[in-house]
Design a protein around this ligand. Structure first.
Ligand SMILES: NC(=O)c1ccc[n+]([C@@H]2O[C@H](COP(=O)([O-])OP(=O)(O)OC[C@H]3O[C@@H](n4cnc5c(N)ncnc54)[C@H](O)[C@@H]3O)[C@@H](O)[C@H]2O)c1
Length: 366
């Protein structure tokens, strides 16, 4: 009998990559619970939508009755919690949605999950048509960010023990949700796991985030905005590598433990933008000709910095590597070529988003 996993936020960037990976692997049944905010897109799941191992329920994690109904109906062996408001710039313009979903929503989900988990049998129940999970096998995996650790100087790495020092409304809301998770583990014994990862990139990434924004602006001959001097450093993780790490943590991680996941690919934002330009120069000289440019680098435009912009994030991922045997397959140079090529080949996915949902305007200046 296949295990069942409830994924929240599965219509988002990372959630959809995770579901595509799990369904293709074929050992798990998935229920995707998603509110379908501006960032949720069922088109990202087109290739698995007809699989008998995948189902979707349109629900808000803040809505306890809907969450309870989904849990009781689907009887999951595990929850992978990715639903969130995820864009730092939007958290500057409107923090309350971040508090509501990331903090209140996570608390609601934890309460519902705890009630459900307490009702599970001690041993596997094969008496009904749907075999129920054993209480001791149940897991709640919460997906968080390295941004909860604050900002680094030129040296050092975030480790699992690094003190929390969130500095944007987004990271503060994620930090709060991380603390709730651990409180539920220590207080109620809920078997939780947590991951804190660095910046993801790859296919199906909503084009408000740096990498897809730059690719699509470049293809349209628009300015490529670089905040401040472009010297802020991020570690970049290819989203499919992240999906594999999350699966390993779910299956092999120790309850109550957290795992940092990073790609070991530090780049300044300016380096990222220049690499995208150079990749586009190689892959689509016809666009250059049409736009009357010698290189896409000519479109790079420095703009006012993000308020409170953290200087550097970098992850020490040695725990997930040594304890669980994870290692990323892509480095930034290979992953970025795949990503750029994906956007060149998949206008059907991003063109409606650029036309109807978000066309690239500056966010986060309030
Ligand atoms: N993208 C990154 O680089 C990154 C890095 C570190 C951590 N994370 C974390 O990983 C998770 C997924 O990130 P992402 O980039 O895929 O985000 P995303 O914004 O692309 O997707 C979020 C998904 O959650 C759904 N959602 C939002 N509010 C909801 C609610 N109240 N109820 C149910 N569904 C809701 C949205 O519809 C969307 O499908 C988030 O928790 C985020 O904090 C992301």
């Amino acid at each position: 009998m296949k295990k069942r996993v409830l994924v929240t936020g599965g219509a988002g960037f990372i959630g959809s990559a995770l579901i595509r990976y799990l369904v293709k692997r074929g050992e798990i049944k998935i229920l995707n619970l998603d509110k379908l905010t501006y960032a949720g897109n069922l088109e990202s799941l087109q290739e698995v939508a007809d699989s008998g191992d995948y189902r979707f329920v349109h629900a808000d994690i803040c809505d306890a009755p809907s969450v309870k109904e989904a849990l009781n109906d689907f009887q999951p062996h595990a929850i992978m919690h990715l639903a969130a408001e995820s864009h730092v710039d939007r958290s500057i313009d409107g923090p309350s949605a971040f508090i509501q979903t990331n903090v209140v929503g996570t608390a609601v989900l934890l309460e519902c999950a705890t009630e459900y988990w307490r009702g599970l049998p001690e041993s596997e129940d094969q008496s009904s048509t749907l075999s129920r999970a054993r209480k001791s096998d149940f897991r709640f995996l919460h997906i968080s960010t390295d941004e909860v650790y604050g900002s680094l100087g030129a040296e050092g790495l975030f480790r699992e023990e690094t003190h929390y020092d969130p500095r944007s409304p987004y990271s503060a809301s994620k930090a709060a949700s991380d603390h709730l998770l651990m409180a539920w583990h220590h207080t109620y014994g809920l078997p939780v796991l947590m991951t804190n990862c660095s910046n993801n990139y790859g296919p199906f990434h909503f084009p408000e985030k740096l990498i897809p924004l730059v690719i699509l602006n470049a293809l349209e001959g628009k300015p490529l905005p670089v905040y401040g001097r472009g010297d802020h450093v991020r570690d970049w993780l290819f989203v499919d590598d992240h999906a594999k790490a999350l699966t390993l943590v779910l299956e092999k991680g120790a309850p109550g433990e957290k795992y940092n996941v990073g790609g070991n690919n530090e780049r300044t934002n300016l380096q990222v933008v220049e690499t995208i330009c150079d990749t586009l120069d190689q892959l689509c000289p016809d666009y250059l000709q049409r736009l009357n440019l010698k290189s896409f680098r000519e479109l790079i435009t420095f703009v006012a910095d993000r308020p409170g912009h953290d200087q550097r994030y970098a992850i020490d991922a040695s725990k997930v590597r040594s304890k669980l045997g994870w290692s990323p397959e892509e480095n930034f140079d290979t992953g970025i070529v795949k990503t750029v090529q994906w956007y060149l080949d998949n206008g059907w996915w991003w063109q409606p988003i650029r036309a109807k949902k978000y066309s690239g305007q500056r966010l986060g200046t309030k």
